[in-house]
Design a protein around this ligand. Structure first.
Ligand code: KIV
Ligand code: ZN
Length: 398
């Protein structure tokens, strides 16, 4: 594989669905899977086969309908989970079993009541079993970022020896920082030479509890991760997972800095975000990067003036490049004359300098009282003689 190509592993249907307000029926998951296929994700985590009959059915349905991405099914490091994951993937063109087992002492002692030695043996045994059923196996040492480093490296080594083809480093509780997470990847590559020698893919998996999921994922890429796990709109456990659209946009807009590419059709980012918002109970917040309603909206006069002169003044990517609707210059109390004139001209009114000045005073007074200014409010500010000047459109004449 091209060493500059980063695989995008989407887990909207597994880690994303695992959060309040995000559960989907099989048919809804299938619609989302089609959207992810159109988006061009490399790996699609369709669910956790052992979790429920519904999850199993959704994975099996997706494997029959989706052909582009590799389909993966999550499994705990237990034989019954692994067998179930393999069964759910029977019809997949290209399948992956994703096995996870905690590596932190906290999880081993309190959650699994298992010693480190037992965990190492179980990791090896389960990866071996998964490999006997599927030629592509990912292993995740859960809570990797809070694990003793020597033990974590040992567990990764054991998983690779047992046949894992991808090693994921989950920041399960969103605890790590970019420097620390990048260092973890460098250290694993340095202490386990087989990673690079055998072409094992290292993967990032970040949660956003400290708002660092994207920064951490990008730091991992800089340190050699060639797969990033993420979700549409950043949905996921607690504060969510790393948002796919932000990672892809960052790698694209700052290709000069990161020097890597993805296979994502960027113009499908916004439509895919909208699809998810319609299937679950909430969409992205208005100020969400890339896909939020305000991501390409400008209200302040200084910004609007700059945007009208040259959009590069205040936009680092075009809305079209991520499939969003055109930039909007929102008229509000911070707007200036340039934007007001621009909008009035779009509505068919050309004002003299003096007329614009008078209208602008009335506009600011209104904007101080009203949160949203609509086109009809603007027209209402114009004296009758200006309104009478506007040529009618054919639609109005009809
Ligand atoms: O956050 C996590 O640790 C996970 C693993 C199951 C990969 O989602
Ligand atoms: Zn997770």
């Amino acid at each position: 594989m091209d060493n500059n190509r980063v695989l995008i592993f989407d887990t909207t249907l597994r880690d994303g669905e695992q959060s309040p307000g995000c559960s989907m029926t099989t048919q809804e998951k299938l619609s989302m899977a089609h959207a992810l296929e159109d988006l061009g994700v490399d790996v699609l985590e369709a669910g956790f086969a052992m979790a429920s009959e519904g999850d199993f059915a959704a994975i099996a349905t997706i494997t029959q309908a989706i052909r582009g991405p590799r389909i993966t099914s999550l499994a705990r490091a237990r034989s019954e989970d692994i067998v179930m994951a393999a069964r759910s993937l029977e019809h997949a063109d290209r399948a992956r079993i994703h096995v996870f087992l905690a590596s932190s002492d906290l999880h081993l002692e309190y959650k699994l009541k298992m010693s480190r030695e037992q965990a190492l043996a179980q990791a090896a045994e389960s990866v071996r079993e998964a490999r006997s059923l599927c030629d592509d196996v990912e292993f995740s040492p859960e809570d990797a970022t809070r694990s003793d480093r020597d033990f974590l490296v040992e567990m990764v080594r054991v998983a690779i020896q047992a046949g894992a083809t991808t090693i994921n480093m989950p920041d399960t509780v969103g605890y790590t920082t970019p420097e620390e997470y990048g260092q973890l990847f460098s250290e694993v590559r340095q202490r386990i030479p087989e990673v690079d020698a055998q072409g094992i893919i290292l993967s990032s998996h970040c949660h956003d509890d400290l708002g660092l999921a994207v920064a951490n994922s990008l730091a991992a890429v800089q340190a050699g991760a060639r797969q990033v796990e993420c979700t549409i709109n950043g949905v996921g456990e607690r504060a969510g997972n790393a948002p796919l659209e932000e990672i892809v946009a960052a790698l694209y807009v700052r290709a000069d800095h990161y020097g890597v590419t993805t296979g994502i059709r960027r113009e499908m980012l916004y439509p895919t975000s909208q699809t998810l918002g319609q299937l679950i109970t909430f969409g992205p917040s208005p100020n969400k990067a890339i896909v939020g309603a305000n991501a390409f909206a400008h209200e302040s006069g200084i910004h609007q003036h700059g945007m009208l002169a040259n959009p590069l003044c205040y936009e680092i990517m075009t809305p079209a490049s991520v499939g969003a609707a055109a930039t909007t210059l929102v008229l509000g109390k911070h707007s200036g004359r340039a934007a007001l004139r621009n909008r009035l001209e779009q509505l068919g009114y050309t004002l003299s300098r003096e007329e614009l000045q008078q209208t602008y005073y009335r506009f600011v007074a209104l904007a101080d009282r009203k949160k949203n200014i609509y086109d009809q409010d603007l027209v209402g500010l114009l004296p009758q003689q200006i309104r009478d000047r506007r040529p009618m459109s054919y639609a109005e004449v009809d």
